[in-house]
Design a protein around this ligand. Structure first.
Ligand SMILES: *Cc1c(COP(=O)(O)O)cnc(C)c1O
Length: 393
């Protein structure tokens, strides 16, 4: 049998069997519309409440501060457009970073076309935004900051608590895209002064197409989806009951086992990084410390990330270069360019993202295959050839 090694957990995860098991009755037995009043709907209504409680508990929020959405992108779009428009009379300036997910970047660009002004903060060579830069970017008319909790490509965990404290002091609403953080590293919206936060179930072993927005009590927001009175009249549409049940269960599981999983994953991640850096002319993208436990991202000079992926796939290994949304385009990822990497080097990047089910055997398989692929591709690379000829002179 062909070996399948999944090294792309930052793109999505499978749905855990315990999660699926809790979801299934909501497709078949408990299918009542939660908005109806007959008893068939009581169970579905109860299931929504239970999931809301579980999500709130995982991030130290209140249940009535959780709103379910159709995924991470919707939560990001809703938070950014909805809050910006609700506070338009107070100002029109937004602060973000240039390494955000496209769900945030493109929402900000959309707002720029509609009368808002956006500051895109740069990051350092490991992907950290500077708290000093953030402070300096604040103006009289700043209403909203949206800074990602952890980066999906290079794993950098941003100084969220420090930024939250500044936002609180300056009375700026603080949203964070925590899609890579929730269920993976500790998130506490009270301690970190977070006003709004996005998450997506499929990044922590729940189903795809369901997410949540946490919105602190008292924060104003305009609706993104208008219609019926669901989600306390803030997000219309009949609820994805089974999906929401899956989100709650998956997050509860992830939170319960977080420490144990992280200890195991950090070891495997560091093994991947340390061993791959032994290949000549490589570099680590992102930091050593304050890095997501599942993320390894390495640049291999003189070759193309896309060709590494093809050869990995031929060896049964699923990985990514740049991010899932940008592969298929020839531009290097905006995140790698933001680190200051030249185009030709950014092109040769490989992201391996592991999960809690990843085994040492799988990591060893990757470590056996990758160096062979790199040698093979470099042997075919005109850049490598030119580089070596220069060395001979
Ligand atoms: C995956 C991801 C998203 C988008 O979430 P979807 O559920 O795919 O819409 C947004 N931000 C980050 C950081 C992500 O990793």
């Amino acid at each position: 049998m062909k070996k399948h090694v999944y090294m792309d957990h930052a793109a999505t995860t499978y749905t855990k069997p315990e999660v699926l098991e809790e979801m299934l009755p909501y497709f078949t037995t408990y299918y009542g519309n939660p908005s109806s009043i007959y008893s068939l709907s009581r169970e579905t209504k109860k299931a929504l409440d239970k999931s809301r409680d579980r999500v709130a508990k995982a991030i130290n929020a209140e249940s009535n501060e959780i709103y379910f959405t159709g995924g991470g992108s919707e939560a990001d779009n809703w938070a950014i457009k909805g809050i910006a428009n609700a506070y338009r009379d107070k100002g029109n300036h937004i602060i973000t970073t240039n390494i955000e997910h496209h769900a945030v970047l493109h929402a900000c660009e959309y707002l720029e076309k509609h009368g808002f002004e956006v500051t895109y903060l740069p990051v350092d060579k490991e992907g950290f935004v500077s708290v000093e830069d953030f402070k300096n970017a604040i103006k009289e008319n700043t209403i909203l900051a949206t800074i990602m909790f952890a980066n999906n490509e290079i794993g950098t965990i941003e100084p969220i608590k420090e930024i939250g404290a500044i936002c609180k002091e300056k009375k700026i609403i603080f949203h964070t895209d925590a899609v890579q953080a929730v269920g993976h590293i500790p998130v506490d919206v009270k301690e970190m002064n977070i006003d709004a936060l996005s998450m997506a179930a499929h990044k922590f072993y729940g189903p795809k197409g369901v997410g949540a927005l946490y919105l602190r009590k008292g924060i104003k927001i305009h609706n993104l989806v208008h219609g019926g009175g669901q989600e306390r009249a803030r997000r219309a549409g009949t609820e994805n009951v089974a999906g929401i049940v899956g989100l709650g269960k998956a997050l509860e599981l992830a939170t319960e086992h977080m420490e144990e999983h992280n200890a195991k994953m950090t070891k495997l991640r560091d093994k991947l990084i340390n061993e791959l850096l032994k290949v000549p002319y490589t570099r680590l993208n992102g930091p050593r410390e304050n890095r997501l436990p599942g993320n390894a991202n390495i640049c291999f000079e003189f070759i193309e990330g896309e060709s590494i992926l093809l050869l990995l796939d031929a060896n049964g290994i699923a990985a990514s270069s740049g991010s899932a949304c940008t592969s298929g385009s020839l531009d290097p990822s905006h995140v790698l360019l933001a680190l200051g990497l030249p185009h030709e080097i950014a092109h040769g990047s490989l992201r391996l993202s592991i999960g809690d089910e990843t085994t040492e055997e799988e990591v060893n398989h990757v470590l056996e295959v990758v160096p062979q692929i790199i040698t093979r591709l470099r042997d075919m690379s005109p850049l490598w050839d030119t580089f070596n000829k220069k060395g001979e002179k």
